[in-house]
Every structure is written in C-alpha cells, then in structure tokens.
Design a protein around this ligand. Sequence first.
Ligand SMILES: Nc1ncnc2c1ncn2[C@@H]1O[C@H](COP(=O)(O)OP(=O)(O)O)[C@@H](O)[C@H]1O
Ligand code: SF4
Ligand SMILES: [Mg+2]
Length: 320
Amino acid sequence: MSESVLEVRNLQVHYATPRGAVKAVNDVSFDLHRGEILGLVGESGSGKTTMGMALVGLIRSPGRVVGGEILLNGRNLAGLSEDAYKEVRLSEIALIPQGAMNSLNPVTRIREQMLDGLRDHRVVLPKREADDYVASLLHKVGLGAEVANMHAHELSGGMKQRVAMAIAISMNPKVIVADEPTSALDVVVQKRVIETLQDVQKELDASIILIGHDMGLMAQTVDRLGVMYAGRLAEIAPIRDILTAPQHPYTRMLIESLPAVTAKKPLQGIPGLAPQLLNLPSGCAFHPRCPNCFDRCITETPAFRMTSPGRWAACHLLDD
Ligand SMILES: Nc1ncnc2c1ncn2[C@@H]1O[C@H](COP(=O)(O)OP(=O)(O)O)[C@@H](O)[C@H]1O
Ligand code: SF4
Ligand SMILES: [Mg+2]
C-alpha cells in the first residue's frame, strides 16, 4: 500500500443561503499518497474549488466545514483555529488558487509578493539572502531572477502562473493543491506549466492535488484521478484504470465523450443539465442523466466504497 500524506474523511462543506444549505462538498473521502499527483475533475459547480479551499482552511462565511476530517500526516486540520491554520498553510499544505495569476498584486513587485508568505510565518531574511531565495524559487519554476523586480502586468499569463507556483512552494510544503492552474493558458503554455509543476513535485518530493476539467491533460499528468459530481466523489482510481475501464456511468460517459484519450478537450458534452445543489435529485444525484438508472437509484444514495483494490466508486451497479 502507498503511504498517505493526506486523508480526507467524510468532508462536508456547506454554504448558507436564504434558500437553505448548499452542500458543495458532501461526504467526500479520499487519500493522497506520498509523491503522487492526484487529479480532480468534475463539471463547473461540482465542488472542486470548495474542496481545495477547505483543505487549506480558507472556507469563509457563508461557507463552513460542517463535518469530517482532514488528516495531514495524521493530524486533523478540520476545525483548527485561523491562527493554527496559518502556521500550517504554505509550510505544510499550500494552494495555488483558481485564477491565481489574475490575483497577483498589480502595484507590488513580484519579489515582495514572494516574500509575503515567509513574513506571515515570521521568517525575515536579510536582503542578500532574500534575493538569493527569491531567485532560487523563480529558478525552480523556470523563471529568471530578473522577474523578481517586475510587476505582474509585465508578465505573460504563463509567467504569472509560474509566479503563483513559486509563491505556493516558498515554504517547501509537502502537499500542494493546484486549482485549474492552466485553464486560462493556451495549449502549448499549458503543457509547459504542467511540466514545471511535475518538476516541482519531484524536487520538493511533494504530493499534488491537481484540479481541472481537461481530461486529456489529466491523462498525461496524473497518477490517479477522482471524478466529482454534485459535491460527491463518483469514482477514484489509477488514471490508467479510469481511462481503460471506468466503473461509474458518469466517468464512462466522460471518457466516451473524448475523441481520444490523448486529445486535449475540456470536460463537456454529456447530455442533461448539471444538478442544482439546492435541489438535488433523490437517491443517486446522477440518476436523471444516467443511462443505467434503475428503481433503486431513485430512492437510495449509493455509498462510496472500495470496488476493487485501489479503486472506489459510488454506484448501485457495482454492488455484488
Ligand atoms: N459563497 C457561496 N455561496 C453560496 N454558494 C456557493 C458559494 N461559493 C460556491 N458556492 C456553490 O458551491 C458549489 C460548488 O462550487 P465550486 O466549489 O466553486 O465548484 P467548482 O470549483 O467545481 O466549479 C456551486 O454550486 C456554487 O454555486
Ligand atoms: S447508482 Fe444508478 S443512477 Fe447512479 S450512476 Fe449508478 S446506475 Fe446510474
Ligand atoms: Mg472551481
């Protein structure tokens, strides 16, 4: 068995709204193994970003982690105070947030933004050491030292995404959550940025959760893949197994909608409307779109369970 650095157990994150609680992450459990890249795909609104934010303790009102555990090397982070989470964030688990490259500060030099995280952890380096440190971080993400003195508007999209990566690794975290790090980039730049992420993973001996919606990119990048639907995990398995023998009907439809596994294509094109989280279908939330739906699916929510060694899925068809 692979060693797990992160164990997520029955995680639940709700957003309070006037019409009731939006269950954006609804009883999600999975492990992140040491040294792996775990992909996480799902339609827009399936809860990927909420999950990523929850892992790094950044869910803010009206959102709230209402249940479950986030075990980082055995220590439960769920429910930590903000002060305690601040110590862990960046130094042990870091997030490259969705749209990170557009949220760089426009008026501050890149160097200062890269040192902010260290300052939050009360690490203040003498100028010369700080310069060297920033240069070494920039080098790790494939950028030259001159970028330190530039402003965000002087950088291309790919360079900004690399800066976001450099900030995320500034304190050597062992777990990195990268939320759609390449979605706004053109295909060639995407590939290079992903290669850099892979290099960084090796250099830091870190584990990465790569959130995205491009199955082609996932196929080329990740070790295992989790598929989210309506706030739940539908399936998780080694990428090769998912591509050659998907177990959940939703995963199967996603794979079948790809022209070829190596082709770049965003996740799209399965019939039916994405579910409304405030008004989920009964039983299996996927049932109105599922070609295999039978009576039980309408009344009973399938449990997410191990279907074979190393594979988990939530579908009544898989019950023996
Ligand atoms: N601040 C919020 N208030 C209410 N609902 C929210 C809020 N933020 C996200 N949601 C809802 O949570 C669900 C999951 O969103 P998100 O995690 O961003 O999904 P994804 O990243 O997969 O697109 C969506 O239905 C979204 O509308
Ligand atoms: S539980 Fe039923 S509706 Fe849900 S994916 Fe399986 S067969 Fe389809
Ligand atoms: Mg998102």
